[in-house]
Design a protein around this ligand. Structure first.
Ligand code: ADP
Ligand code: MG
Length: 242
């Protein structure tokens, strides 16, 4: 059984099939990169998996359960976490407070009242060490650099206990050093978490992914190792000129 199994997924916006009869399997612990030119349907795919957008037809099975029609917040509670391109941290709160909010989201409103009484700080510290932000625990999120803000968001998904982490262009706007550090963080998440990462930076893709899926016009154009993808003439035609 695949961790995530997508069967013949289609979403139609007016006359456009942004995702068109797409099937995809992702194994537990895998980090899959999703590539493709602008408008290929990559962000829409992540929207469909997390429930931000409802499918027109097809099926999404998460750990064997059909979540195609489940509401977004219910998918989040089951462990589907999405990081958007625009950061969704609370700038006026500290790093620690942002993580407490993330944990309470997972817990639900009633449980959230109890969260602060339970020994959850250990978990928060562990998550912060993982993304290299432990020194910034009392810093207001508004004072973090661009890269640190992205890492805080990753930490928030971890604090929420996301099992499947969906990320849209996480290294966009990062310096080379920040990109390298992000690759390091991702490499520590693999195995324990399953990740689908939309990414344009091929250097980064080579650092983190064993297998990539290339989309074009809402469908899978090619799927395989980075070497296979780079040698594929169809991929060269649509993507590498991009
Ligand atoms: P990518 O992330 O690969 O660049 P997107 O998933 O953002 O591509 O978009 C795929 C196609 O679907 C594009 O043609 C885009 O204009 C269209 N699209 C995306 N979201 C919507 C929407 N909510 N309504 C109408 N068209 C949309
Ligand atoms: Mg996109």
């Amino acid at each position: 059984m695949s961790f995530l199994e997508i069967r013949n997924l289609t979403v139609q916006f007016g006359g456009l099939k942004a995702v068109n009869d797409l099937s995809l399997d992702v194994k537990a612990g895998e980090l899959r990169c999703l590539l493709g030119p602008n408008g290929a349907g990559k962000s829409t795919m992540l929207d469909l998996i997390c429930g931000k957008t409802k499918a027109t037809s097809g099926q999404i099975l998460f750990q064997g359960q059909d979540i195609t029609w489940l509401k977004e917040y219910k998918r989040a509670r089951q462990g589907v976490g999405r990081k958007f391109q625009v950061p969704s941290v609370f700038k006026q709160l500290t790093v620690l407070e942002n993580l407490e909010v993330a944990q309470s989201r997972k817990a639900g409103v009633l449980d959230a009242l109890l969260v602060f009484r339970t020994p959850v700080r250990g978990r928060i510290k562990e998550v912060l060490e993982r993304v290299g932000l432990i020194e910034m625990i009392d810093t207001h999120a508004g004072n973090l650099s661009h890269g640190q803000t992205q890492w805080l968001e990753i930490a928030m998904l971890l604090a929420q206990d996301s099992k499947l982490i969906l990320m849209d262009e996480p290294t966009a706007g990062m310096t080379i050093q920040e990109t390298l550090k992000t690759a390091e963080i991702f490499n520590t998440l693999k195995g324990e978490h399953t990740l689908i990462v939309v990414e344009h930076d091929m250097q980064f893709v080579r650092e983190v992914a064993e297998r990539v899926t290339v989309m074009n016009q809402g469908s899978v154009l090619a799927d395989g190792s980075i070497a296979e993808i780079e040698a594929d003439p169809r991929v060269k035609a649509v993507y590498l000129g991009h």
